[in-house]
Write a protein that binds this ligand. Structure first.
Ligand SMILES: Nc1nc2c(ncn2[C@@H]2O[C@H](COP(=O)(O)OP(=O)(O)OP(=O)(O)O)[C@@H](O)[C@H]2O)c(=O)[nH]1
Ligand SMILES: [Mg+2]
Length: 571
């Protein structure tokens, strides 16, 4: 039906625009959808508001609402000055909306009435003789609605469907029904705070003594003031006025009832700003819809703003610690450190162990041993082969179990989907992949190794030369000097030099080994620390991404609800 409405157009002279209020509704709906909540009602409120703004707001729609037989149709007839809606003793009588409006307004309001689903055959108009013939009554279309409380259930549904689209209400009750729960609890609770323009008519006042009528009137006023005070925009808690009337009392007749109908006429003829009436009830409905969404999300009135995160810091950090520890067990940092030390030693050997070291390095590499035990980067890359991720998923799921119970069912479903074990496993695996993609995976080096390499090379060359010398001496037996050593006695010089060179080579190799080990261990420790902190950081940022998204939408919805108090305020 909204499709039949013309496009939205804010009245040009509107002092306050509904647009910011509608924008808040859009924001709240978007957040609520992201939270998995049903937004049908809020969608309908938004669509209705947009549609209503597309119709003229120089006139407003007033509905007569009440139980069956209270005299709604009789009241309309009295106001119109002619029988426009059937009134009878048969219950219920009115089964679909009947509209009455001033002749002058008929053309202008036809579209609006069609949008309200009033059959054109049920639209009556007149000169308003019953309304005093006042042309200012061209600013109201009066709807006589079916009842709220008869056995015809579809009557109530019709009222429920049309009420969100009317701008003002004339609540009609009578001495028997004024305390009726159906009227008091459901409808008044919902609508009294939302409508700026409303009047309560206690009809059939002719059946009460003046004193009883006055007592009932005061009783009703008290009740209505209580309902109105629930509206933040009406802190003074004044409810709609209550009028005692008698719709069937003849004009010029005896009493207060007829005066009451005059009072209703006067109220209808009040010089009111119809645009403001329409805007105010649209904004009240929108604000209500936003508050409804916030309530659905569990962040309604009384909740902290911004709402507390679903998962508190302590629980989150405990879960991240647990999951990180489980992941690091798979990554296997002690083995990583061993690989790092071995890789550093291999590099030191290649640089600082002279020609023989270079040779053993080549053998080490070609045999594939180096890649297996001395390549920390490759070792990290193979982390997935070393165990199952399930133990790392558990702390995350455990942490969210409590908050899951606290959120509404729709949000719980969303969270359950996003936090199903396979998904969490994938996220954690990605986090570890990112964490182990280290920059600078090459082992460290040192100038000392180059220096030791040169010394070792010289020593090796000298050793080869000396070995040749010793071999020749053994074969040819040419004379050489001897040195007398304690215990051993006389030892030929070539042999002494050979032994010295061997000892020097050994010492240089030990020095190199010690330095490479020290450098390697330092590097290994920093690699392990980097992996450890990377894994924790990436787990912290990704494991609860779904919860963080829900938190962000809850904050957005709460912000929309808070802002709606300003953007949807009445003039
Ligand atoms: N005594 C008395 N009877 C009234 C008054 N107003 C209406 N009635 C009678 O009450 C009966 C019901 O009136 P209706 O106007 O049909 O009531 P209604 O609220 O439209 O009822 P539904 O269409 O069924 O919802 C009729 O017999 C009216 O004559 C009144 O002020 N005083
Ligand atoms: Mg009726």
């Amino acid at each position: 039906m909204t499709g039949s409405a013309p496009g939205r157009a804010e009245p040009a002279d509107a002092p306050i625009s509904v647009d910011p209020c509608l924008a808040r509704l859009d924001q709240a709906i978007e957040a609520a959808r992201a939270l998995g909540l049903a937004t049908d009602h809020a969608d309908a409120v938004g669509e209705d508001a947009a549609a209503r703004l597309g119709f003229p707001s120089d006139a407003y729609v007033l509905a007569l609402v009440g139980g069956t037989g209270v005299g709604k149709s009789s009241l309309l007839n009295a106001l119109a000055g002619t029988d426009v809606s059937a009134a009878s003793v048969r219950r219920p009588t009115t089964d679909r909306p009947v509209a009455w409006l001033h002749d002058a307004a008929r053309d202008e309001l036809e579209g609006l009435l069609a949008w309200l689903d009033v059959d054109p055959a049920d639209v009556r108009s007149g000169s308003g003789s019953g309304l005093g013939g006042a042309t200012e009554l061209g600013s109201v279309a009066i709807l006589d609605l079916p009842d709220l409380d008869s056995t015809a259930a579809d009557h109530r549904r019709r009222v429920e469907a049309i009420l969100p689209r009317v701008d003002a209400v004339l609540w009609v009750t009578d001495p028997e029904k004024y305390a009726d729960a159906a009227l008091h609890d459901d409808f008044l609770t919902t609508w009294v705070p939302r409508l700026d323009r409303q009047l309560v008519v206690l009809n059939k006042a002719d059946r009460l003594t003046a004193a009883d009528g006055e007592a009932v009137r005061r009783d009703l006023e008290r009740d209505l003031a209580r309902l109105s005070s629930r509206d933040a925009n009406r802190p003074d808690g004044t409810g709609p006025p209550v009028v005692l009337a008698s719709a069937t009392a003849r004009p010029g007749g005896d009493g207060s009832g007829a005066d009451g109908v005059h009072e209703v006429r006067r109220w209808l003829g009040d010089q009111i700003e119809t645009k403001a009436i329409v805007r105010a009830r649209l904004m009240a409905s929108i604000r209500d819809a936003i508050a409804g969404l916030a309530g659905e999300a569990g962040i309604g009135r009384g909740g902290s703003v911004p709402p507390a995160p679903l998962l508190d810091d302590a629980a989150r950090s405990q879960a991240v610690d647990g999951s990180t520890a489980a992941l690091l067990r798979i990554v296997d940092l002690p083995s990583l450190e061993r690989q790092a030390v071995a890789a550093t030693r291999a590099r030191a050997r290649a640089r600082g162990a002279g020609p023989l070291g270079r040779l053993t390095s080549l053998v080490y590499r070609w045999s594939g041993r180096e890649a297996k035990v001395a390549d920390p980067v490759a070792f990290l890359a193979r982390w997935r082969d070393r165990g199952s991720l399930s133990p790392a998923v558990e702390p995350i799921r455990e942490a969210i179990a409590g908050p899951m119970r606290a959120v509404p069912a729709g949000t719980r479903r969303l969270l359950a989907e996003r936090l199903e074990p396979e998904g969490v496993e994938r996220e954690l695996a990605r986090a570890v992949d990112r964490a182990v993609a280290l920059r600078g995976g090459d082992p460290p080096s040192s100038r000392i190794w180059t220096l030791l390499g040169i010394v070792q090379t010289v020593t090796t060359l000298a050793l080869v030369a000396t070995a040749i010398w010793v071999a020749l001496w053994i074969l040819v037996k040419f004379p050489v000097d001897s040195i007398t050593l304690p215990v051993v006695g006389r030892v030929p010089v070539p042999l002494v030099i050979l032994i010295d060179l061997l000892a020097a080579g050994y010492i240089i190799a030990r020095l190199l080994g010690a330095h490479a080990g020290w450098t390697g261990r330092r590097w290994a420790r920093s690699l392990a620390a980097e992996v450890r902190s990377n894994v924790r950081r990436d787990v912290a940022s990704s494991a609860f991404a779904a919860v963080d998204a829900i938190d962000a939408d809850r904050r957005l919805l709460a912000a929309a609800a808070v802002a709606s108090a300003v953007d949807c305020r009445r003039e």
